[in-house]
Design a protein. Structure first.
Length: 230
């Protein structure tokens, strides 16, 4: 069995370790597994073509949660989640992943598709940064999953991709996302006026970031110390 990026699917079963790929470090790799306080096992693993059905079903079901916080969907939410729309999205993000620009992860909870984490606009050299974004399926909300997934993604950016800095934004009307980021060590650095077209209009965002040397240890280690992970 092979994944759409030309690597054996079994390579996703174990977290990345050892030397980093010189072209696209950290990809395609899975993260280590962590446990939520309720005992559920969580990891991030690469998005593949086989995820299309669950991606579409969960995002259509969760339109009331996702549409108000995501970029405006051309043609409407339903039109942006057809089978054709999935393939357009997937082939686009696959191309970007192959060029080392993005890492699209699936959030897995006990082996089940539960959302996504994306590391985007990956830059090496003098900038050495990326942004992180995430969404969690409503069936898994309220368990600390977004916080755990954000921790895994941020640690992957620092420890496996080798970046110096990770950034994120969140809407003023979405304090829950701000709390997820704060729990993972992100700090407020600014306020972006009308910077993204969200749910049909230009909206402001808080801008947060962290550098690899801002905190001791990893995000996962800090969450464990705080009792938010086992």
């Amino acid at each position: 069995m092979f994944d759409p990026f030309g690597r054996a699917a079994r390579s996703f079963r174990e977290p990345g370790r050892g030397p980093r790929d010189p072209v696209h470090p950290g990809w395609p790799e899975s993260t280590p597994v962590v446990r939520l306080p309720d005992g559920a096992r969580v990891r991030l693993r690469p998005l593949t073509s086989r995820d299309g059905v669950e991606w579409r079903e969960q995002r259509l079901l969760d339109e009331p949660f996702l549409r108000p916080v995501e970029p405006t969907a051309p043609g409407g939410w339903a039109a942006s989640h057809t089978s054709t729309a999935w393939w357009n999205f997937f082939t686009g993000i696959r191309t970007a992943a192959r060029h080392g620009q993005v890492i699209p992860f699936v959030i897995e909870v006990d082996g089940h598709f539960a959302g996504q984490v994306t590391l985007g606009t990956i830059q090496h050299g003098g900038l050495s940064d990326c942004w992180i974004g995430y969404w969690v399926h409503s069936a898994f909300m309220g368990r600390g999953l977004a916080t755990a997934a954000c921790a895994l993604g941020t640690d992957h950016a620092f420890r496996r991709i080798g970046l110096h800095r990770v950034t994120a934004t969140y809407l003023p009307g979405n304090p829950a996302s701000g709390r997820v980021l704060a729990l993972n060590g992100f700090r407020e650095e600014g306020y972006l006026r009308a910077n993204l077209h969200i749910d049909g209009r230009w909206q402001d965002h808080h801008f947060v970031a962290q550098n690899i040397d801002d905190h001791p240890g990893t995000c996962v280690e800090r969450l464990r110390r705080n009792g938010r992970l086992k």
